[in-house]
Each structure stands twice: as structure tokens, then as C-alpha cells.
Design a binder for this molecule. Structure first.
Ligand SMILES: Nc1ncnc2c1ncn2[C@@H]1O[C@H](COP(=O)(O)OP(=O)(O)OP(=O)(O)O)[C@@H](O)[C@H]1O
Ligand SMILES: [Mg+2]
Length: 344
């Protein structure tokens, strides 16, 4: 079977935020929020982007959305109409405008991202009106279709966001993101503000929509256990860099980076005897202003050797499509989620 078309190709993407000091706003350093991230997202598939707080996930999402201009690197986007691919990292806001409808975002906090003064009908109609996609009866029909797509009822159309639960509000955000038939959705921790039971509903809804309309998701999360079951591939980030990038199945069966192993050991297990196998990472995540030399993970790594402090490991392919940035990826025998019986 031939693979689906690559819609997004992020290549060696970097974002260094300048740090200003003093009355003259002199640049005294940089926050290396994203420092060389590459991955591909294919049509209709889900890619999980995972890592601890502050590792640069949202900054990657914002660069894809055109909200931040990258310091360097590329964000190649394939428009759905067969036009040549375009580097979103290198276009003017005016050129970005017609492309924006193809890539939409769903945010963590569904309350902050919905205008409290607009009814659901107005919220869903707005992108269609602004982009001159529909008006009159056609507009009302599309709004109704959207509300049904996300499992809400027509009587909800006249209500304001405050009259909904967190899960329902996230459904409205998803409906709004789907209004313009996007081909890519960047979902930034869309379930982390919700109760666990509601989280599952939102994940299931997202998958149902994917089945129906074939949209691709870049699903940003700090929770490896959550993304496991619906991501085709997973990218693990550590202080702005990719440490491991692989298809989900081999990754969970046999992680190759010690950071991935540590995250997996903390995914809840169905086997009580596995509680003792948790790897507690000592120390704080590295500081993106002054990341450690060599491998940025080495001060916290259980397996670090002398060279890890001085030589930065390149991201290398250890098996087809399985990329790892660790000097010892081939020799370490790390424990994956399957061996730990991580909860389904
Ligand atoms: N506009 C900005 N100016 C300066 N530094 C920033 C800016 N935005 C983010 N950062 C810094 O960049 C780093 C990465 O931030 P980012 O929000 O991308 O992380 P994240 O992985 O999304 O974290 P979380 O899981 O907490 O949402 C952090 O150190 C953050 O403080
Ligand atoms: Mg974030």
C-alpha cells in the first residue's frame, strides 16, 4: 500500500527568543525554545508530539500556525489543491492568509479560546463568514452539520459558552476548527484541562472525525500514555530537540532513548508489581537558556558515560523510520511500555 501524501514537513526548525536587559534592551542571551526539530505529518494520520513542560511543544505548534516566525528551518506545507508545496517559515502574512484555513488549531483551555459574548451559532458561523465560504441558508446548514459532527444538539446553537461543561466547550472548539474543512489540526494539549472520563470522549470524537473526513492531527501532549493508542508516529522532545522519533508500535515495544524509557516507566501500569519500576528523573529539565553541553539529557541520564557530557549525539536511524539521538542507542536494552504492562 502506498503511503499517504506528506502534508507537513518540519525541517531543522529553531526558535531562539532573545532575552533583553537594561534600558537599552541589549540582547544578553537567548531562550533556545526549539533547537532543531524535524518530522513529517502525512494526510489523515496522527503524530504525537510529546515531552515535559517547557520542552518547546507549543512553540513548534505556533510556528506551524504562523504565529511565530522561526529563527531558522522550514515548515513545508502541501496545499490540498495540488499547488506546489510552500515553506510557511518563509512567507509574508498576506501569503499566509489564504493558507490558514487548511491548518487549524485546538487549544488546551476551551473556555479562554471561545468568545463568551457569542452564541455557539455565531462562533461556528464566524470563520465561514470571514472567509466568505457560505452565507444564508448554506451557512445555517453548515453550522448545523458542524454541531452534529461533534455530538452536540441543535438546541445548543443559541447558548453561550458559559452554559457548557469543559468537555462540551472543547467540542465547540473542535467544531469551529473543522468549519473550513482543514487538512491539518494542531491540537495543543486539547484534553489536559478535562476530567479523565471526558478526555477519552474527546479523543474518541477526534478519531471519529478523522475517520469521517480524513484530517491529520499533530497532537501535542505531555502524556505519553494518552497519545499511545491513536498516534501512528511519536516525536519525543527534550529541551527543544528531538530525542526519539518512531512509529508507535516499535517505540513502545522497545524505546531506544533513556528519556523515553523514563517517561514510559511513569505511564500507569495494569500490573501492581510494576510500581517499583518507575524511573524518577533526578533534577529539573535542562534550562533552554543554557542547555548542558553534549547530550542535553546527560545530567539526568541513568546510563550516561563520559562522552555524553561533551559530544552531542546526532539523530540517527537505528531501524527503518526509528530515529534516536543517543550515543548508546544500539547497546542499551531499555524497557518499553509493553514489558511494563502500561494501562490501555
Ligand atoms: N514568547 C516567548 N518569549 C520567550 N520565551 C518563550 C516564549 N514562549 C515560550 N518561551 C520559552 O520557551 C520554552 C518552551 O516553551 P513552550 O511553551 O513551547 O513549551 P511547552 O513544551 O509547550 O510547555 P508546556 O507543556 O508547559 O505547555 C520555555 O522555556 C518558555 O519559557
Ligand atoms: Mg505548551
Amino acid at each position: 500500500m502506498s503511503e499517504a501524501q506528506v502534508l507537513l514537513e518540519v525541517k531543522d526548525l529553531k526558535k531562539h527568543f532573545p532575552i533583553h536587559r537594561g534600558v537599552f534592551k541589549k540582547v544578553v542571551g537567548h531562550v533556545k525554545a526549539v533547537d532543531g526539530v524535524s518530522f513529517r505529518l502525512r494526510a489523515g494520520e496522527t503524530l504525537g508530539l510529546v515531552g515535559e513542560s517547557g520542552c518547546g511543544k507549543t512553540t513548534v505548534g505556533r510556528m506551524i500556525m504562523g504565529a511565530y516566525r522561526p529563527t531558522s528551518g522550514n515548515v513545508w506545507f502541501q496545499p490540498p489543491n495540488g499547488q506546489p508545496r510552500i515553506d510557511l517559515a518563509d512567507i509574508r502574512p498576506k501569503q499566509m492568509k489564504p493558507l490558514r484555513r487548511h491548518i487549524q488549531m485546538v487549544f488546551q483551555d476551551p473556555f479562554a479560546s471561545l468568545n463568551p459574548r457569542m452564541t455557539v451559532r455565531q462562533i461556528l458561523a464566524e470563520p465561514l463568514v470571514v472567509n466568505k465560504v457560505a452565507k444564508g441558508r448554506e451557512l445555517e446548514a453548515r453550522v448545523r452539520e458542524l454541531v452534529e459532527l461533534v455530538g452536540l444538539k441543535l438546541i445548543h446553537l443559541n447558548r453561550y459558552p458559559h452554559a457548557f461543561s469543559g468537555g462540551q466547550r472543547q467540542r465547540i472548539s473542535i467544531a469551529r476548527a473543522m468549519a473550513l474543512y482543514p487538512c491539518v489540526i494542531v491540537a495543543d494539549e486539547p484534553t489536559s484541562a478535562l476530567d479523565v472520563s471526558v478526555q477519552a470522549q474527546i479523543v474518541n470524537l477526534s478519531l471519529e472525525i478523522q475517520d469521517k473526513i480524513g484530517v491529520a492531527y499533530l497532537f501535542i501532549s505531555h502524556d505519553l500514555g494518552l497519545v499511545r493508542h491513536f498516534s501512528k508516529k511519536i516525536v519525543l522532545m527534550y529541551v527543544g530537540r528531538v530525542v526519539e522519533y518512531a512509529p508507535a508500535e516499535p517505540l513502545f515495544a522497545r524505546p531506544r532513548h533513556p528519556y523515553t524509557e523514563a517517561l514510559m516507566s511513569n505511564v500507569p501500569s495494569t500490573r501492581p508489581e510494576m510500581v517499583g519500576h518507575k524511573i524518577i528523573l533526578e533534577g529539573d529539565p535542562a534550562d533552554p537558556i543554557n542547555p548542558p553541553s553534549g547530550c542535553p539529557f546527560h545530567p539526568r541520564c541513568l546510563y550516561a558515560e563520559e562522552m555524553c557530557a561533551t559530544v552531542e549525539p546526532p539523530l540517527m536511524e537505528v531501524e527503518p523510520e526509528h530515529l534516536v539521538a543517543c550515543h548508546f542507542a544500539d547497546v542499551l536494552n531499555l524497557t518499553g511500555c509493553d514489558a511494563l504492562g502500561c494501562a490501555v
